[in-house]
Design a protein around this ligand. Structure first.
Ligand SMILES: [Zn+2]
Length: 284
């Protein structure tokens, strides 16, 4: 009887203590980057304060007048905008990805073989799960990464039950190009209006206006028009939707609005996914 009483007291004490601690959010902590903590502190935070992580992934490759790091800069900046809204810690990013041969030849481009990238991201995600992250959002800056990343997290979900989402920024909320710029969205554009907007909103100095003029309209592929033939290498380091569309717009206010709305949509999509994942698990 005495043991029963002490057990009841312990449960009551816990039920008071746990909600108080779990009300703490990432924004109440000292840092929102996982790597800024010592491991003992991280063990206190995950999963009690959050079990959500953002993993930004990208690559280094030529993008016309945009920086070669555009695919890294964009997901890292989007992560900085949304971590609070989704209550997540930001994991150290993966900056080297699978860049296609057609533009790997240009200065600064770095590529990792697809099969190596898949195993690499699998290992990174596996260790995030082991550390207590059960809901992981991958913000992706580069098309070549999508399929190997999806294969990696599908395997990992089967093995651990953890939840994963990958977001390709150029696909999600794709109607924003029309809403803000009155332009046809490209969806697989490259170094174009939309990609440069996401870079400009982070730092306007990073899009090289002088080189943009020099490259001119000759350094443009046309998405959708390049059908019926293949070549190696590509004939341009940028791709626009069609003639007369997709050219860069240096208006920084529009770029900020585009970026903020894109980020908001990503945050809402992930929050909704976590809510549903947890709801479904409650029914199991
Ligand atoms: Zn890119």
């Amino acid at each position: 009887m005495r043991r029963w009483n002490s057990a009841v007291i312990a449960v009551l004490a816990l039920s008071v203590a746990i909600p108080a601690f779990s009300q703490k959010k990432v924004k109440d902590l000292k840092f929102h980057h996982m790597q800024d903590y010592c491991w003992m502190r991280l063990a206190e935070i995950v999963p009690e304060v959050t079990d959500r992580a953002i993993l930004p992934i990208g690559t280094v490759e030529s993008h016309g007048a945009c920086p070669i790091g555009s695919d890294n800069i964009i997901p890292q900046n989007l992560s900085e905008i949304i971590w609070d809204e989704i209550n997540a810690l930001i994991a150290p990013p993966i900056n080297h990805g699978f860049t296609g041969s057609s533009i790997s030849q240009f200065p600064g481009s770095i590529t990792v073989r697809e099969e190596i990238f898949e195993e690499y991201i699998y290992d990174v995600l596996k260790n995030l799960v082991r550390s207590g992250f059960n809901n992981i959002l991958i913000i992706n800056g580069h098309g070549g990464n999508t399929e190997p990343a999806k294969r990696a997290f599908t395997r990992l979900h089967r093995e651990t039950g953890a939840h994963f989402m990958i977001v390709d920024w150029w696909e999600i909320a794709w109607n924003l190009a029309e809403e803000i710029y009155g332009q046809k969205p490209i969806q697989s554009g490259h170094g174009d209006l939309e990609e440069s907007a996401l870079v400009l909103s982070y730092n306007p100095d990073l899009v090289d206006k002088e080189m943009y003029q020099k490259l001119g309209k000759q350094n443009v592929g046309r998405h959708g028009a390049e059908k019926g033939y293949s070549m190696m290498p590509a004939w341009a380091t940028t791709r626009y939707p069609e003639d007369g569309a997709g050219h860069l717009d240096f208006d920084s206010e529009k770029a900020k609005e585009y970026t903020q709305k894109k980020a908001k949509h990503i945050a809402e999509t992930f929050n909704e996914a976590v809510r549903r994942w947890e709801m479904m698990e409650g029914w199991k």
